[in-house]
Design a protein around this ligand. Structure first.
Ligand code: NAP
Length: 276
């Protein structure tokens, strides 16, 4: 049996790195990609390949996909996992940072999809796994630009699934809840950086603290290993679901959003996050 050839973006830490470990263990040929390749020696030691990739850079993405195609002749699975949380009030985040957020979370993901699809269509098989977020299903304050990128990821994935069905290509969304990675630290640092000294300062500090408390060293969020198992399952199972909503608070908050009128949802979320 052929080993599945898998590309994973954002594999230098957190969920991406754990997915790389998990899929290597399951016998896949894993190409783990990120900018900080110096952190990825453990992936090499386990038998994975490491590629330097910046998903904001066209040449870097073209080079990555071509390299795998030249070596393997095919790509079975693309896992679009690279992403980060651009925190700060909608009014405060500089346009340059918003562009960067979209370059990484949306345009990079979309371009990687465009680059792998021709070979997947040709082989009449393939799978694209997009790591979205529970934050692609509902919105919370002070990471609004981030939410908007994950809503975009949901829309792109749902449209794509219908377009590529005839080519036997699956499109799967992963919608993690709060997972114990560096994500929350980056998001709260960004909230403080952009809104720590503005009109929004007081509530921004409260929301930054909300994230610091949960994602800090004493946090009790879902372990990235658990998500890696879900993502690996989504990548390899014969008939994947369209979306996997999983991890701390994911099902609870999405359900709450679905059943609540907007005013109730917003009042409770503001309270939950410590805003006054
Ligand atoms: N942790 C959570 O609670 C949570 C919840 C819902 C969704 N998510 C999503 O899950 C995904 C993985 O995040 P994580 O929680 O595992 O956080 P993480 O540990 O911070 O990992 C993020 C990964 O994205 C990569 N990345 C960032 N910018 C990049 C760029 N320009 N080009 C290529 N790679 C880039 C980073 O690699 P380099 O910096 O080395 O390039 C890193 O490997 C993200 O899409 C995130 O939005 C996370």
């Amino acid at each position: 049996m052929n080993r599945k050839v898998v590309i994973i973006t954002g594999a230098s830490s957190g969920m991406g790195m754990e997915v790389a470990y998990c899929l290597i263990e399951k016998g896949c040929k894993v190409y783990a990609c990120a900018r900080r390749t110096e952190r990825m020696q453990p992936i090499k030691e386990r038998g994975g390949e490491v590629i330097s990739l910046d998903v904001r850079d066209e040449a870097s993405m073209v080079n990555c996909v071509n390299l795998v195609l030249e070596k393997e002749g095919r790509i079975d699975v693309l896992i679009n996992n690279a992403g980060y949380g651009c925190g700060g009030a909608i009014e405060d985040v500089p346009m340059e940072e918003i562009h960067n957020q979209y370059e990484v979370n949306v345009f990079g993901l979309g371009r990687m999809i465009q680059l792998v699809l021709p070979s997947m269509r040709k082989q009449h098989a393939g799978r694209i796994v997009n790591v979205s977020s529970m934050g692609g299903r509902f919105t919370t304050p002070f990471i609004g630009w981030y939410h908007s990128t994950k809503y975009a990821v949901e829309a792109i994935s749902d449209a794509l699934r219908m377009e590529v069905k005839d080519y036997n290509i699956d499109v799967v969304l992963i919608e993690p809840g709060m997972i114990q990675t560096n994500w929350g630290v980056i998001a709260s640092d960004n909230i403080k950086k952009y809104s720590g000294k503005t009109a929004y300062q007081k509530n921004a500090d409260r929301v930054a603290k909300f994230y610091e408390k949960r994602y800090g060293s004493n946090g009790k969020l879902t372990e990235p290993k658990k998500l890696a198992e879900v993502i690996s399952h989504a990548a390899l199972t014969e008939k994947p679901k369209a979306r996997y909503l999983t991890g701390k608070y994911a099902k609870l908050l999405t359900f709450f959003k679905t059943i609540s009128p907007d005013n109730i949802y917003q009042t409770i979320v503001r309270k939950f996050m410590g805003m006054k």
